[in-house]
Design a binder for this molecule. Structure first.
Ligand SMILES: Cc1cc2nc3c(=O)[nH]c(=O)nc-3n(C[C@H](O)[C@H](O)[C@H](O)COP(=O)(O)OP(=O)(O)OC[C@H]3O[C@@H](n4cnc5c(N)ncnc54)[C@H](O)[C@@H]3O)c2cc1C
Length: 348
């Protein structure tokens, strides 16, 4: 790494403010950016010194999208604009972001734990000579010394570890999408946009992008789904998910699953909800044949309404749901579909 720099004898007082990496793909802002702005504002409010929130967006030709980000309460939007950033490249993004960090010295940098964030987060941390806590599910400010407390599952998810970065700056985390609440959209922008031209040349980009081939599979989008119908071991086999899909289609929902169903090979891991799957917070979560293990609840407990269908009246899922139906899902779901058909439509 040609321009890797290590912080030595750093003065902590030089570092201030919280930065969020604003992620856009083909001009569409990734929802995790809005979640991180919300989280950064909470951290700033609890900080021991005056702290501003900046969202930093690398790209080219995406000014309109950058303007949209000014409506979520951040104090600053920094548009890192360069033709070589038009398409994502590990080299270009890492270089542009780390140069700006070295120049302006933010105290905290938050990055979404997306494929792009997981790629560049550790590289940026190495270039600026700091550490990074990956895949955080909780962030807080330590009341005693103002450091950021970064919590993430450890040892395969069997315990939660809270990690600090005591000796280097900035303190950097990647944060799981879907875990933090999104910042509210404001009527008026909260900040203006500063455009910064990074010093990049073709020689900085060592990989040539020849073609982008989209996956043929329909992408599973649990994070943005308003309604999720999930199946667990109680669906009995891969064909049991036909029943789950039938209800999901009726409700305009995405299909989720427990890990037991994924581990049994009945459905792809992309559908898994929970601690080692996706964290979701839909308006409505329908858990069918899912017992409600703590690791599953960790991924869907923030849903607005939870409906559980389970034939065991003592299943733990019934202690967290808003509406519980004790019964065989293969009888209950067809009855629900019939009821929806009779009503003519379903709206939340
Ligand atoms: C480190 C770690 C990480 C994990 N991460 C995850 C995770 O991300 N997500 C996750 O889901 N799990 C995770 N797990 C696994 C978790 O502990 C449970 O084993 C899993 O959630 C159980 O899935 P289940 O509820 O589908 O199966 P079970 O616990 O076997 O429950 C099946 C349920 O179906 C009901 N049932 C059976 N037949 C019917 C029927 N015909 N109609 C209605 N109900 C019926 C039963 O009464 C039962 O309650 C993790 C575990 C560990 C150790």
């Amino acid at each position: 790494m040609s321009n890797a720099k290590v912080n030595q004898n750093i003065n902590f007082d030089d570092y201030k403010d919280i930065w969020v990496l604003g992620e856009q793909r083909d001009g569409h802002i990734h929802p995790v950016t809005i979640e991180l702005i919300g989280e950064a504002m909470k951290l700033a409010a609890n900080s021991k010194k005056p702290t501003k929130v900046a969202v930093v967006i690398p790209g080219y030709g995406v000014k309109e999208e950058v303007e949209k980000l000014t409506y979520y309460g951040a104090d600053m939007a920094i548009y890192l604009e360069h033709p070589l950033l038009a398409k994502f490249s590990t080299d270009g993004y890492s270089r542009a972001l780390s140069d700006l960090i070295l120049e302006r010295k933010p105290e905290i940098v938050l990055v979404g734990a997306t494929s792009i964030g997981r790629d560049i987060g550790p590289r940026v941390a190495a270039r600026v000579g700091t550490g990074l806590v990956a895949d955080c599910t909780g962030l807080a400010i330590d009341e005693t010394d103002g450091k950021i407390l970064q919590t993430r599952p450890a040892f395969g998810g069997n315990l939660m570890a809270t990690i600090i970065c005591p000796k280097n700056r900035p303190q950097m985390s990647t944060v799981r999408p879907g875990v933090m609440a999104k910042a509210a959209h404001l009527d008026k922008p909260s900040c203006s946009v500063e455009t910064v031209k990074p010093n990049l040349t073709e020689d900085d980009i060592t990989v040539e992008l020849l073609e982008v081939v989209k996956s043929g599979k329909k992408a599973v989008n649990l994070i943005d789904a308003k309604i999720i119908v999930s199946g667990g071991r109680g669906v009995k086999g891969p064909e049991g998910f036909d029943t789950i899909r039938a209800l999901a289609d009726k409700l305009g929902a995405e299909v989720g699953s427990s890990r037991a169903a994924v581990d049994s090979g009945w459905i792809d891991h992309a559908h898994q909800v929970g601690q080692t799957g996706t964290t979701v917070r839909p308006e409505l979560y329908v858990a069918c044949g899912i017992s409600g293990a703590i690791q599953h609840l960790a991924g869907m407990g923030e849903s607005k309404y939870i409906v559980a269908i389970n034939k065991d009246p003592n299943a733990p899922i019934f202690s967290v749901c808003d509406y519980g139906i004790v019964g065989d899902l293969f009888k209950v779901i067809p009855a629900m579909i019939e009821a929806i058909d009779k009503t003519g439509s379903f709206e939340l």
